[in-house]
Design a protein around this ligand. Structure first.
Ligand code: GLU
Length: 233
C-alpha cells in the first residue's frame, strides 16, 4: 500500500503541486508512479516504472491543468512495471488505488463473462472494471459506489475521475487511509497529510464505507447509502 494525491483547483497550475505531493510520499517506498488529469475535457494518463523523478520527466508542466489524481504504487498484484502502474482506466472510469481487492479473481471471472478484457495483472484494474460495469448500467455514481461497496471485499482508498465530469474527484474508502485537505479555491486529497502539508493543515478524514465528491468549492462526504454527513475539520 503506498500513496495517493489529488488536487482540484479554480486555478490551472496544479501539476507541480501534484508531483510535489508524490515526492512527499516517497519515504513510504514505491515501485512506480503515475498521474491522470483532464486537459481541455480530455483525460491524460502518464505513468512510469521507478521514481517520481522518472514520471516528472515525462510531464509537460506548461499544460494548464486544474484537476488531477496521482499515485505511487507498492505492487501487491502483478509485477512492478509500467502497465501495472496506476492510474487504471476502463471506459469512462479512471482510478488510483491503495490497498488490496480480496475477491478480485471472482470479480474478474464475472467481468470476463461480460466481455471485459484486462491489460494489467492488478487487482486495481479489476476494481476499475467493476466500477465501470456498474456505472455503465445506471450512469449514476452514487448507485455505482454503493454497489461497489456492497460487492468488493478487501481494502481500498480510491480516487476516481469520470469522463465528462471534469470538475470533481470522487473518493472511496475502506481500511486504507484517505483524507481531504481544505485550501483556498483548491481542495486536496491524500493518503497521508504529509503529502499536502505544504498547502494546508486543515483536513477531513474519511471513515470506512464513506465516500466523497470533491471539487474546488465543495466537499460532500456520504455514507454508503448516499446520506450527506457532517464531518469534523
Ligand atoms: N493492490 C494494488 C496493486 O498492486 C495497489 C497497491 C498499492 O496500494 O500501491 O496495484
Amino acid at each position: 500500500m503506498c500513496g495517493i494525491v489529488g488536487i482540484v483547483s479554480k486555478k490551472y497550475n496544479i501539476l507541480p503541486s501534484l508531483i510535489d505531493g508524490l515526492k512527499n510520499l516517497e519515504y513510504r517506498g514505491y515501485d512506480s508512479a503515475g498521474v491522470a488529469y483532464f486537459i481541455n475535457n480530455n483525460l491524460k494518463i502518464i505513468k512510469e516504472k521507478g521514481t517520481v523523478k522518472n514520471l516528472e520527466n515525462k510531464i509537460d508542466f506548461k499544460e494548464k491543468v486544474n484537476i488531477g489524481i496521482a499515485h505511487t504504487r507498492w505492487a501487491t498484484h502483478g509485477n512492478a512495471n509500467k502497465i501495472n502502474a496506476h492510474p487504471h482506466n476502463v471506459n469512462h472510469i479512471t482510478i488510483v488505488h491503495n490497498g488490496i481487492i480480496e475477491n478480485c479473481n471472482e470479480l474478474k471471472k464475472d467481468l470476463k463473462d461480460y466481455n471485459y478484457t484486462f491489460k494489467s495483472n492488478t487487482d486495481t484494474e479489476i476494481a476499475c472494471a467493476y466500477l465501470s460495469y456498474c456505472y455503465d448500467q445506471n450512469k449514476n455514481i452514487h448507485m455505482t459506489i454503493e454497489r461497489f461497496m456492497d460487492k468488493v471485499k478487501g481494502s481500498y482508498a480510491i480516487a476516481l475521475l469520470i469522463d465528462n465530469d471534469n470538475k470533481n474527484i470522487y473518493l472511496l474508502k475502506k481500511e486504507s487511509p484517505l483524507i481531504i485537505g481544505l485550501g483556498k479555491d483548491t481542495n486536496y486529497i491524500a493518503s497521508d497529510i504529509t503529502a499536502i502539508l505544504n498547502y494546508t493543515n486543515k483536513y477531513i478524514s474519511l471513515d470506512d464505507f464513506q465516500y466523497a465528491k470533491v471539487n474546488y468549492k465543495d466537499i460532500l462526504v456520504y455514507n454508503k447509502s448516499g446520506d450527506v454527513l457532517k464531518k469534523k475539520i
